[in-house]
Design a binder for this molecule. Structure first.
Ligand SMILES: Cc1cc2nc3c(=O)[nH]c(=O)nc-3n(C[C@H](O)[C@H](O)[C@H](O)COP(=O)(O)OP(=O)(O)OC[C@H]3O[C@@H](n4cnc5c(N)ncnc54)[C@H](O)[C@@H]3O)c2cc1C
Length: 663
């Protein structure tokens, strides 16, 4: 392999653009079901749709074989409620999540996930993913079921989260798509949805995109379309050259699906909910530092003198043994895992964790920094499972962490793994490698397309899959399961509707917008400058604390960016053009969040939403969803009860609704 430096030394010049460029050249592709985004949700949607007997096209900005958050692997699968060892019923799981979220989550998606998560995982097993301890490496461990050889994470009694060897999950999905004949368009960034008559709010009949290597224009004609483009890592945090966004999440993660759905007139909810954002990229490589969360759940943490930090149950009772860290406590029915896009947990379902007063005790000198993860204090099989099976299969850890550390001589049987040195308050969250939580850096939290029991959006012909595209759900298993369900429903729908004619004016308008930045003067700002400015506006005007004025100023600034810098921004090649178009989506996404934030005139603990001008927390009259959408380019807001999915015209129970719609 030639490095960049070697190339320049040998040739005396930087490489030429390696692909033929054909800006404006049109490619028209016709399909029954069109899938936007080839992460795990999109890929499983494609497999499910084609198995239901329709033609399927999948479009991915990167490459579907490894693209998306799950592309580098996964070590634990949430939502396997119907696995033979699970002690939790789907209804109880769904209710637990909805109770924790105080209603601000997605009962529809959570129930579908809890009913079908295990079946979806079994499909992955058929495709070649190892989901059982087939080599009996962990025989006799607390977390293993001897009969099925399944291994569990977090709560070893309730057994609904499954540890898997998921390093190859994406290639397995990819190979299955190829085998079944899904037509895949890699390196194409989707830029807009096409609607009947070109009208906002009209039936969705396709999408447009641009190839980031050749610059060619793509027009996709479909009967049903599924959005599975995921979240937006570059919205609040972006620092050119530091790849701030990429250390945990992918650079393609720009929630373009949200933006194009908004422009097309779809309804969104929970866009006002935001979560704490970490300055990933300024922290450490994911899972590289000592910590006790997620993949490392249960790991002993010791201070510089070898004194162990206590583990406690959610009620603050100290847990004396390692085994207790993985079991529900008296007063708990079961524990929900973390990483399921749930930001508020009732103690009844919360995980055991390091003592909550650790920051205070560090300040008092009771624990001396640096802290270390001491895996040697774990039972052997637990240690081997965490730094071995889990770190060897988790996203972004197999090569950079497991392989590199092992080659460099790290031995979990003997060595300690240092945690980052941070201000004491940062030790509140045991996921230490993520760095310190900064109030102005937020995350797109529960916000996404409002969906019905078919995972259909408010626009006919448009479905949503994936943890983040759909409101109020998310994790690897949840993404695949909603993808599988939406794929099925979209296929059924596509069989019943005629193909409609596209509106040529809509295509021409989009084409002009798409290529604007290659036509602009070379002095225009580049996509990185634009992205940095967008992130700065979001941090300053839409951070943790906001009021009407900051939000209006933020909207004004985004609009000014659109009309000035973005309108004159310059892209010098198809790759930069793709990134630029993503920035345009980010500006739209920022507007959506600010509009939703303006609509909610109260603060909310459950939404992690703090209005300085409306400080009252969760007043009863504001405990509702506020769907927002564009109609004739004007923002419309309406109200929806938190339990709308169990109210007429829907049936009153989860199971009845599921039975009515799932098949
Ligand atoms: C390092 C890491 C470890 C994780 N570990 C776990 C775990 O152990 N367990 C767990 O449950 N979850 C885990 N997660 C979360 C889990 O991976 C994600 O929830 C899941 O992969 C999301 O999949 P998705 O398909 O919904 O979205 P994404 O993975 O975001 O996929 C969206 C896809 O759409 C593409 N795209 C975006 N915009 C466009 C556009 N305009 N045109 C075309 N394509 C576009 C993107 O390139 C991407 O491939 C982890 C995440 C990371 C980053």
């Amino acid at each position: 392999m030639t490095t960049w430096n070697e190339y320049v030394e040998r040739n005396g010049t930087i490489p030429e653009w390696p692909y033929p460029i054909h800006y404006n050249k049109e490619n028209e592709i016709t399909t029954d079901v069109l899938i936007l985004g080839g992460g795990v949700a999109g890929c499983h949607a494609a497999i499910s749709a084609i198995r239901n007997g329709v033609k399927v096209v999948l479009v991915e900005a990167g490459h579907a074989k490894r693209g998306g958050s799950g592309g580098a692997g996964v070590d634990h699968w949430h939502g396997a409620l119907t696995n033979p060892c699970s002690k939790v019923a789907p209804e109880d799981y769904t209710n637990a999540i909805m109770d924790c979220a105080h209603g601000y989550s997605n009962g529809i998606a959570r129930y579908i996930i809890s009913k079908e998560g295990w079946d979806t995982l079994l499909e992955c097993e058929e495709m070649g993913v190892q989901i059982r301890d087939v080599k009996d490496e962990f025989k006799g461990a607390d977390f293993r079921d001897e009969e099925t050889k399944l291994m569990f994470a977090y709560d070893y009694k309730s057994r609904h989260v499954i540890r898997i060897w998921g390093y190859n999950i994406k290639p397995c999905l990819y190979n299955e798509m190829k085998r079944l004949g899904v037509e895949i368009y890699n390196r194409v960034v989707i830029t807009s949805l096409l609607t009947e008559g070109g009208k906002q709010g009209g039936k969705v009949i396709g999408a447009t995109g641009v190839n980031t290597r050749t610059g060619e224009f793509y027009i996709f004609r479909s009967k049903a379309t599924i959005v599975a483009t995921g979240g937006a890592s570059r919205l609040f945090r972006f620092a050119p050259e530091l790849t701030a966004a990429s250390s945990m999440y992918g650079m393609n993660s720009t929630a373009t699906g949200h933006a194009i759905g908004w422009d097309a007139g779809a309804e969104f909810v929970l866009m006002d909910q935001s979560g704490p954002g970490y300055f990933s990229g300024f922290g450490y490589a994911p899972y590289s530092m000592g910590n006790a969360s997620n993949t490392y759940h249960g790991t002993p943490i010791v201070d510089a003198n070898g004194k162990e930090v206590p583990w406690c149950d959610p009620y603050g009772r100290e847990l004396k043994t390692v085994q207790e860290r993985f079991l529900p406590s008296p007063g708990q029915r079961f524990q929900l895992g973390i990483g399921i896009r749930l930001y508020y947990y009732l103690d009844e379902y919360r995980l055991n964790d390091l003592t909550k007063d650790l920051p205070e005790r560090i300040r008092k000198g009771e624990f001396t920094l640096p802290l270390y993860a001491d895996l040697t204090r774990l039972p052997e099989l637990e240690r081997k499972c965490i730094f071995g099976m889990m770190v060897g299969n988790e996203g972004k850890t197999r090569i950079p962490i497991y392989d590199q550390f092992t080659k460099a001589g790290f031995d979990p049987d003997k060595d300690l793994l240092q945690t980052p040195i941070m201000p004491p308050e940062a030790y509140q969250n045991s996921n230490y490698w993520d760095g310190m939580n900064m109030p102005h850096i937020r995350n797109l939290s529960g916000g996404g397309f409002l969906v019905d029991w078919k995972l259909g959006t408010s626009l006919e012909g448009l479905f949503a899959a994936s943890g983040v595209s759909i409101f109020g759900a998310g994790s690897h298993g949840e993404s695949q399961t909603t993808g599988r369900y939406a794929g099925r429903k979209a296929a059924v729908y596509a069989k019943t509707v005629p193909r409609l004619t596209m509106d040529r004016r809509q295509i021409e308008t989009e084409k002009a917008r798409t290529y604007q930045s290659i036509r602009n003067n070379k002095n225009g700002v580049g996509w990185k400058e634009l992205n940095y400015a967008i992130a700065r506006v979001m941090q300053d005007y839409c951070g943790k604390y906001k009021n009407d004025l900051t939000l209006y100023h933020g909207l004004r600034l985004l609009n000014e960016l659109k009309e000035n810098e973005a309108a004159t921004a310059y892209a010098s090649n198809p790759h930069e053009l793709g990134r630029m178009l993503e920035c345009f989506s980010l500006m739209t996404l920022g507007e959506m969040i600010m509009q939703a934030s303006l609509a909610r005139k109260c603060s909310s603990l459950y939404l992690d939403f703090y209005r300085l001008d409306y400080p009252e927390m969760d007043p009863p009259e504001w405990q509702k969803l506020l769907p927002i959408r564009l109609e004739e380019n004007k923002v419309r807001v309406r109200e929806l009860p938190l339990d709308f999915h169990l109210k007429p015209p829907h049936a009153s129970s989860y199971e009845e609704n599921y039975k009515l719609h799932a098949k």
